[in-house]
Design a protein around this ligand. Structure first.
Ligand code: ADP
Length: 292
């Protein structure tokens, strides 16, 4: 089923325009919504999830007119918000059983079956008897996924799930998403470019409430072919280079020199070498120029 968003606009009471005429079509698979803090990602996620209303625009998921019929969407939605409250001191298995009852799965056998399935897919089966309140951040996030999978949602929305996770937990979490993305429509927001590079078939880059790029990571990188240049400079030279060239990123080396990457249609000068475009270049160029 396709999610179709058109002309979505939202200005908060304080005057901040969080969504500015957003048009977006999202099909089956993993969709990565990439943008810096304050870009409007959560506003978009909350609006699709029917937790807040836009000022104008439309959202359709398959046959469902989401803004006219929010209850119909909620029935097929699994939403993991950015902050997911405090969990009671109860084992994962018992808590899932409780949530499954709330979600109306009345047969004990059905509950047992689905709970086993969601614990396995989120790699929590071995710790199912441990209290969720004692879980690590990454385990809690995976538990959040287990919980939303209980009623077999058709549309899954996860808002910045990797923020604050250590690298190992982040990796484990992304693997769980990868598995789920194979047979669900998943929208996943993040400000971490590495999160989306391998995981997402399609990405959108959002900033200032606007979709600035929409397509595959590979196509985006290809658009920058021959336009990314790099060289090493001394730290003290950075200001001069920043004035003369369009620097899109700089990274320290161990000896206190910097690798700089520059965006330019032609070789900036003979000291620069051409670099293979990476998704991070796509992200920074798009944010800087308001388009790719
Ligand atoms: P992101 O999820 O990408 O960090 P948000 O959607 O949370 O972005 O925020 C987009 C902009 O809207 C930010 O400038 C933020 O401060 C503002 N904003 C978000 N929620 C509210 C709100 N409830 N009231 C007023 N301003 C808000």
């Amino acid at each position: 089923m396709k999610l179709k968003i058109s002309g979505l606009t939202k200005t908060y009471k304080n005057g901040v325009m969080a969504l500015d005429n957003v048009d977006l079509e999202i099909g089956a698979g993993m969709f990565g919504l990439l943008g810096p803090n304050g870009a409007g990602k959560s506003s978009l996620m909350r609006t699709i999830s029917t937790l807040q209303s836009p000022d104008s625009g439309e959202i359709h998921f398959g046959d469902i007119n989401v803004l006219n019929n929010p209850m119909a969407l909620r029935k097929v939605l699994g939403y993991l918000p950015q902050e997911f409250g405090v969990y009671p001191n109860m084992s994962a298995e018992r808590l899932l059983n409780y949530f499954a009852q709330l979600k109306g799965i009345s047969s004990k056998e059905d509950r047992k079956k689905i709970i086993k399935e969601v614990l396995e897919v989120t790699n929590l089966w071995d710790v199912r008897n441990k209290s969720v309140s004692g879980y690590s951040g990454g385990m809690k996030q995976r538990f959040g996924i287990a919980q939303l999978l209980l009623n077999n949602p058709k549309l899954i929305i996860v808002d910045e799930p990797t923020a604050g996770l250590d690298p190992a937990e982040r990796h484990r979490f992304l693997n769980v998403l990868r598995e789920i993305g194979a047979n669900h429509t998943v929208i996943f927001s993040t400000h971490i470019v590495d999160d989306v590079r391998e995981l997402c078939r399609e990405i959108g880059i959002l900033n200032g409430g606007k979709i600035l790029y929409r397509g595959t990571p590979t196509d985006a990188e290809a658009q920058l072919d021959g336009k990314i240049w790099m060289r090493i400079i001394e730290r003290s030279e950075l200001d001069d280079f920043a004035r003369d060239f369009n620097i899109i990123s700089s990274n320290f080396n161990q000896d206190n020199t910097l690798n700089i990457r520059v965006y330019s249609e032609t070789q900036p000068n003979e000291t620069f070498v051409m670099a293979k475009p990476q998704l991070e270049d796509v992200y920074f160029v798009t944010l800087k120029n308001d388009r790719l």
